[in-house]
Ligand binder design. Structure first.
Ligand code: BGC
Length: 446
């Protein structure tokens, strides 16, 4: 492996680790917290691998100090976490739960006392169930609900939090939650997906504007999932299918938010979005973000598929391609991150790119008290080399956050895909820093 040194990335490059409230906190009904769509979804039969729930998860709610101490031990200077909407507003709107506000104040204060910069995601998928009962993201009122929730976060935490991300990966929570029904709230079909898309875009821009109004000094970003997409062959049909998949996976949310509108010409079914448009929406869909968070894990190979409705495109799964894969079945392909940086670097509307998630799940094993996850360490190193290559070619990429700190609740997959730099024994809550975590600690050492 080529020599990798953090100084090559420049002194202003942001190094961090990312997490999400529902995946780590547990304490799902503690101290006045209301139910989110994920509390409801995980309680339903057959939704989550092996019927697992996130009632305890990593118990971060009770043990946040010990986990923040570990972040410090790993020499990681920036910690990204999300706020649970129903901890601060149990009913989604209306009355504040002071215990929830106090909790996040303690987390923020503890980070700062340890010299760790808090980076807050306002929404990482855990919509209040009360709001879902009124239509959730399909109800246009969600824009106002989201603005009020964002304002509360800004008012209570904005004096100490400088870095904000409005939402995490809209395409995943809308696609998996409102089209395929494999994530909360488990809705399916275009009749749910299309209104959800439009209301998410409006909320994203409106939330960002609210943050800017209340916190003019803050750095405001938001995060998008993106995959490097390649056609299976150079046949016209495969190339067209890959373009359509790219529009859906990579452009559907980012382009309207950048003021470029929805990619309707590539995906004609998106014309159905017009039904949800109201006068003025076009101007209210975009925001000039200080940074865009890109989250990349893999590449997708796409082929023409007559039978796939709306897009006539489907994936050639990594397991059928004889390539190295992770425990999620995703191909390990480090150049993917280079290509996505290059792709989005070319958008003049993007000021700055941060990689706000990248990482891998592998079947880790504890042997004599150690977890020697060489594949994960190699995954991180080879991805960093690709980021460095993009940076050295002049791309505006300025940060890298590993997904994730500890093994945690991986949504519908439950606890079996382990993504952490730190191993968690979910019976005892014991933590073991993996070899990848030790490598990162050495790499980040001053
Ligand atoms: C999400 C995380 C998730 C990770 C790995 C991202 O899509 O933001 O919540 O755990 O990828 O699947």
């Amino acid at each position: 492996m080529d020599y990798l040194n953090k100084l090559l990335f420049g002194k202003d490059f942001k190094w961090g680790v990312s997490t999400a409230a529902f995946q780590i906190e547990g304490a799902c009904d503690a101290d006045g917290k209301g139910k989110s769509i994920w509390d409801t979804f995980t309680a339903q039969k057959g939704k989550i691998f092996s019927g697992q729930t996130a009632g305890i998860a990593c118990d971060f709610y009770n043990n946040y100090k010990a986990d923040i101490d570990l972040i410090k031990k790993l020499n990681i200077p920036n910690f990204r976490f999300s706020i649970s909407w129903t901890r601060v507003l149990p009913n989604g709107t209306g009355e504040i739960n002071q215990a929830g506000i106090d909790y996040y104040n303690q987390v923020i204060d503890y980070c700062l006392s340890q010299g760790i910069e808090p980076w807050v995601t306002i929404y990482h998928w855990d919509l209040p169930q009360v709001l879902e009962d009124q239509g959730g993201w399909t109800n246009r009122k969600v824009v106002d609900w989201f603005i009020s929730y964002t304002a509360i976060c800004a008012q209570h935490f904005g004096d100490r939090v400088k870095y904000w991300m409005v939402m995490n990966e809209p395409s995943v929570f809308s696609g998996a939650g409102y089209f395929f029904g494999i994530h909360a709230p488990g809705r399916t079909g275009l009749k749910n997906f299309l209104p959800a898309i439009h209301h998410i875009v409006l909320s994203l821009a409106a939330g960002a504007k609210k943050l800017r109004e209340l916190l003019p000094e803050a750095e405001i970003g938001t995060t998008f999932s993106c995959s490097h997409i390649e056609p299976r062959s150079d046949s016209k049909r495969d190339i067209k299918a890959a373009n359509v998949a790219d529009a859906l996976v990579n452009r559907l949310f980012i382009e309207p938010v950048l003021g470029l509108g929805y990619p309707m010409s590539e995906i004609p079914v998106l014309k159905g979005l017009e039904k949800y448009f109201q006068p003025g929406d076009e101007q209210n869909m975009s925001f000039d973000f200080d940074f865009i968070g890109l989250q990349n894990y893999t590449r997708e190979i796409i082929k023409y598929s007559f039978f796939t409705p709306y897009i006539q495109a489907s994936q050639v799964k990594a397991k059928d391609r004889n390539v190295p894969i992770t425990a999620m079945g995703w191909e390990v392909y480090p150049p993917a991150i280079y290509h996505v940086i290059k792709k989005f670097d070319a958008y003049p509307q993007i000021r700055k790119i941060l990689i706000t998630e990248n990482g891998a799940a592998f079947p880790d094993q504890v042997i004599e008290g150690e977890v020697d996850d060489l594949r994960r360490a190699e995954y991180l190193q080879t991805h960093l080399q690709q980021i460095l290559k993009a940076k050295q070619e002049g791309c505006k990429v300025d940060g890298y956050f590993v997904w994730t700190l500890t093994d945690n609740f991986e949504w519908a997959e439950g606890y079996h895909p382990r993504f952490g730099l730190i191993y968690v024994d979910f019976d005892t809550q014991e933590r073991i820093v993996k070899s990848s975590g030790k490598w990162l600690a050495g790499f980040l050492k001053e």
